[in-house]
Write a new protein. Structure first.
Length: 303
């Protein structure tokens, strides 16, 4: 990524956490690939706490910490201010400043969804990136509406009863010019989507699966990328994009892995491997298969 990093060394993210890679990739897409000057807003969450806890600051570019609920609203305000100042002649027309808004799934899926929906519907020229670790990890592994069916959290100790919200398709329903789903383990695919998102004039949303070694109960931090990759291979986290309403699957497993292989790597699903929980494991597989079939149908409908 070169030497000009927007996020410096010395932050306190957990060993093996891939979320900083997501952040660095998005900043690289803006600065190096497209030549933009990024302004970053960050909702309260893992990456905010580990990069900007007073008196420390790992940021090397303009950065603003927002609350859980208003990350997208803050980004909207910054984008509007840039637009107004440019119209007044206070900013050069050729100075390309863009707003990157980051949040975890707690903000994106739950607490900040209202502000996110409003910002997208109003058409603000911002790129909103969710680093999705599928629970409230910063506060101690509580369930969010991104938590997969059956996964253990400290507020769903027998396994999450819900199916998990499909936020990517909710964003597509806002008729955005660009929406994508990516995975930190598939770096080239993720990078290509981030470049597209930043290049779009208007609102864009990218949902990136960012595995959590602590909250997912991984045996080793060495498994962080392999478990995320397996989420793609078993269709638990399909890779696709939607440009101007047209779906395109960007990776199609030739032989999808059974979800059992995916859950076996994670302590948060350990209970699903007990014989009396077989029906729950089957229900998770059926949900994944149904969503994959629907995604294929949507791609064919727009072909």
């Amino acid at each position: 990524m070169g030497t000009h990093r927007g996020l410096g060394a010395g932050h306190s993210a957990c060993v093996g956490c891939p979320a900083p890679t997501v952040v660095q990739a998005a900043i690289y897409a803006a600065r190096e690939a497209l030549g933009c000057e990024p302004i970053v807003t960050f909702a309260t969450g893992c990456m905010e706490v580990t990069t900007s806890l007073y008196p420390h600051n790992a940021w090397r570019i303009p950065f603003l910490h927002s609350g859980f609920a208003n990350s997208a609203a803050v980004a909207s305000g910054i984008e509007t201010a840039i637009r107004v100042r440019r119209a007044r002649g206070e900013l050069p027309a050729d100075r390309d400043i863009m707003v990157l808004a980051f949040s975890g799934d707690g903000c994106s899926y739950d607490i900040g969804l209202q502000a996110l929906s409003g910002a997208m519907e109003r058409g603000h020229d911002i790129t909103f990136i969710c680093y999705n670790n599928e629970a409230y990890m910063n506060t101690g592994v509580q369930r969010s509406s991104a938590t997969p069916r059956g996964a253990f959290t400290h507020t769903a100790r027998a396994g999450s009863p819900g199916n998990g919200k499909d936020l990517t398709r909710i964003m597509i329903a806002h008729d955005l010019p660009y929406v994508a789903q990516a995975c930190v383990a598939r770096y080239q695919d993720m990078m290509a989507k981030l470049v597209k998102a930043v290049a779009v004039r208007g609102p864009a949303f990218v949902n990136v699966l960012s595995s959590c070694p602590v909250g997912w109960g991984l045996a080793s931090t060495d498994d962080v990328l392999s478990v995320a990759d397996l989420a793609v291979e078993c269709n638990a986290w399909p890779l696709y994009e939607c440009e101007d309403g047209r779906y395109r699957i960007t990776y199609r497993p030739s032989q999808p892995r059974p979800v059992r292989q995916y859950v076996q790597m994670q302590g948060r699903f350990r209970h699903l491997l007990e014989p009396h929980r077989q029906a729950d494991l089957d229900a998770l597989q059926e949900l994944i298969d149904a969503r994959w079939s629907e995604l294929n149908r949507l791609e064919k409908a727009g072909a």
